[in-house]
Design a protein around this ligand. Structure first.
Ligand SMILES: Nc1ncnc2c1ncn2[C@@H]1O[C@H](COP(=O)(O)OP(=O)(O)OP(=O)(O)O)[C@@H](O)[C@H]1O
Length: 221
């Protein structure tokens, strides 16, 4: 769906990544419109994480270009602004509690208040007053905190690699509602999952990655 208020938010042209002779991303072209949820599926090692890292400026393309909000990543900007990212395990400080960890990260930009941080922690089903250090958290609790870290500064784009990993059924439902709410307020989401049901229930468009190549697969709900 493309309405007058929606615009191209991510544009990828002829993107390839080759490491030690192995083609990891293979001439990817992609134009994403704001206000949608885009799902990416594919076998282990098909290149989903590498694609996300390239969009975030963590990996430099061998060939091709990535533009996020009309700025060329790696040229106009090193890392795109206003993007919330969850890729692999977020590196939390193990002896800090949830609030202290997010406060520490939020102090880099200093855009949000302590109350904003507490509200975000609550929104992912954690207790902002929990004083236990994050090293005592379960995998699912750490994952929820990782999602909180990605959304807390109210970015325009969310890039989430396997956000539903390790979540229980309540967690999956909570995060799904939170992401749909984010989209309904105009946000754009790129998300991977190995669970097709997770993606079908919220994605506008799903892409299939296969051996570094990308193709549009299905029109979701
Ligand atoms: N730093 C690296 N150096 C060399 N090869 C790498 C590096 N990072 C990833 N790869 C390779 O790139 C390919 C794509 O990996 P990627 O992590 O993007 O897959 P994925 O689709 O996210 O897989 P999964 O579903 O298992 O998370 C794999 O063959 C992987 O071994």
């Amino acid at each position: 769906m493309n309405t007058a208020r929606q615009k191209t938010i991510i544009e990828i042209s002829n993107l390839s990544k080759i490491i030690k002779g192995q083609v990891i991303l293979d001439q990817i072209n992609l134009q994403l419109i704001s206000g949608n949820i885009y799902g990416f599926v594919g076998h282990n090692g098909s290149g989903k994480t590498m694609l996300f890292k390239t969009i975030c400026g963590f990996v430099i393309p061998t060939q091709g270009e990535v533009h996020v909000m009309q700025k060329k990543v790696g040229k106009d900007i090193s890392f795109p602004d206003e993007v919330g990212i969850l890729i692999e395990n977020p590196g939390f400080l193990p002896n800090y509690n949830a609030f202290q960890n997010l406060k520490y990260l939020a102090s880099i930009q200093n855009k949000i208040s302590n109350q904003d941080i507490k509200n975000t922690i609550k929104s992912v089903g954690l207790n902002p007053e929990n004083k236990k250090p994050v090293k005592t958290y379960s995998l699912g609790m750490k994952q929820r905190l990782g999602i909180a870290q990605a959304i807390m500064e109210n970015p325009k784009i969310l890039i989430l690699d396997e956000p539903m990993n390790a979540l229980d059924i309540d967690g999956v439902n909570l995060i799904r509602d939170l992401l749909i709410n984010f989209k309904n307020k105009g946000g754009t989401i790129l998300i991977t999952s190995h669970n097709q049901d997770d993606l079908d229930s919220m994605c506008d468009i799903t892409f299939q990655m296969d051996n570094g190549k990308l193709k549009k697969e299905t029109k979701g709900a």
